[in-house]
Design a protein around this ligand. Structure first.
Ligand code: ADP
Length: 424
């Protein structure tokens, strides 16, 4: 056992401090590289503490077939098993002394006593482990390509010289990488969406300055197209700003008591002229005396505007769009139903992705930005609700929003009222 820092011997507080700080680092930002590094460092400190100061805090372990070096008394095993990250201890011949559940989830079961090179075939990580055995701690990124691609930062360090023990810790960066990729894709998509109408407007300005200068008919026609394209850019920017605003507030639950019936009627009324252009009849099928929801009025109006607008855009000409409102198991249920061509089953899970459209041409022709349902999803999340999408090809689609009913002021559960249908 190492004779370092004798004043620490026998004291439990360094272990507790290490554990609390490690846990706090994970909670504060398990996804960030910085906190990842802090967590890794603390975890190594903690493991070293346990191995170095087993006595008299913990009784010394006795060598067993599972623990030939006698390094891992049950308490230490328990601690390593509980660490919220993949951890592995290796002996001087790079055989696995211990691997916790997180490590087994990454590398598979049955790791004990195997050589690390047979279970982890990444040359950089193996080199880092060898270096750590000589006292050079190192940090290397690596990727596991199968079964699903996962990205890690591997940290290898020596925790004991006699007997020789090396620790390997992995910090999972898959989510961080994924969100970086999503951000890059988002910027690329947004720029592409803006570039297309901008190119059209710029092209028409050049034409109007050039050969169409004195052609009154062409001028009117081009100005019309330019107006449509600039309106598209304006809608796109409005949607991008809405999305950012809603995302920023997503973790703050709204507190106002909002009557959903009024919200739905306001959203429908605003879209009546558009529905009339396509000869679409709007029906609100509501239940009087519904309890309110805890919500943000303007966001809820936007949510239903987006759903009803889609039902009009992708609905059947001269058909019907129905919005029904009811109460089910303490939840307000608002369903927007159209009689359009429907959505293919493969597309349904992707509809709320930003800029995802089943038919890009149709969406553009109908003035779509590809962000409407992404906005809906974030508003529903902020209201702790749920969105369900059902569709039958050739028959139509139903977008149903479930929102928890606000408790009555006296704290009681709301009662279920009777339905009423109304043609608008
Ligand atoms: P967009 O601005 O393109 O309408 P949304 O995010 O609102 O963007 O919708 C994404 C895609 O989902 C649409 O492009 C369309 O393909 C599909 N979609 C949405 N609502 C409906 C609906 N009621 N019927 C059929 N398809 C729909």
């Amino acid at each position: 056992m190492r004779e370092s820092l004798p004043w620490l011997r026998g004291k439990i507080w360094p272990l507790l401090l290490g554990a609390i700080a490690g846990g706090a680092a994970v909670l504060l930002g398990g996804s960030g590289l910085f906190w990842g590094a802090v967590t890794l460092a603390l975890a190594v400190a903690l493991i070293t503490q346990f191995i170095t100061f087993q006595e008299p805090v913990l009784r010394p372990a006795v060598p067993t077939p599972d623990d030939p070096l006698g390094l891992l008394p049950p308490q230490t095993r328990l601690l390593l098993e509980q660490l919220p990250m993949p951890v592995m201890l290796l002996d001087g011949t790079q055989r696995v002394l211990f691997a916790n559940q997180f490590m087994r989830d990454v590398l598979g079961p049955g790791l004990d006593r195997k050589r690390v090179s047979t279970v982890l075939r990444n040359p950089e990580v193996l080199l880092a482990i060898t270096g750590a055995g000589h006292g050079e701690a190192s940090n290397v990124p690596f990727t596991l390509p199968v079964p699903v691609e996962r990205h890690f930062q591997a940290y290898a360090a020596r925790v004991s010289v006699t007997p020789p023990v090396t620790v390997l810790l992995l910090h999972d960066l898959t989510m961080v990488r994924r969100s970086e990729q999503m951000r890059t894709d988002f910027i690329a998509n947004a720029s592409h969406e803006l570039r297309t109408p901008l190119a059209a407007v710029t092209g028409f300005i050049d034409t109007l300055r050039g050969h169409a200068k004195d052609d009154e008919v062409a001028r009117e026609q081009f100005l019309e197209i330019m107006a449509t394209e600039t309106a598209r850019m304006r809608r796109l920017i409005q949607d991008l700003l809405s999305l950012t605003r809603i995302e920023m507030n997503e973790h703050v639950p709204p507190e106002a008591r909002v009557e959903l019936d009024g919200v739905v009627r306001q959203a429908v009324a605003g879209l009546m002229p558009l529905a009339a252009e396509d000869g679409i009849a709007m029906v609100v099928d509501s239940v009087p005396g519904l309890p309110p929801v805890l919500g943000d009025h303007d966001e809820l109006v936007q949510l239903f505007q987006n759903l009803v607008h889609n039902a009009i855009k992708y609905g059947r000409e001269n058909g019907k769009v129905t919005v029904s409102l009811g109460l089910q198991d303490g939840q307000l249920v608002a369903a927007v139903r159209d009689e359009g061509e429907g959505i293919s089953p493969n597309a349904i899970p992707r509809l709320t992705e930003r800029f995802y459209r089943e038919d890009v041409k149709r969406s553009r022709e109908r003035g779509g930005t590809g962000l409407g349902l992404a906005i809906v999803k974030h508003i529903v999340n902020r209201h702790q609700g749920r969105l369900a999408i059902e569709s039958r090809q050739g028959e139509g689609s139903v977008f149903t929003v479930f929102l928890p009913a606000a408790r009555e002021e006296n704290g009681e559960k709301p009662a279920t009222p009777e339905p009423v249908t109304e043609m608008l």
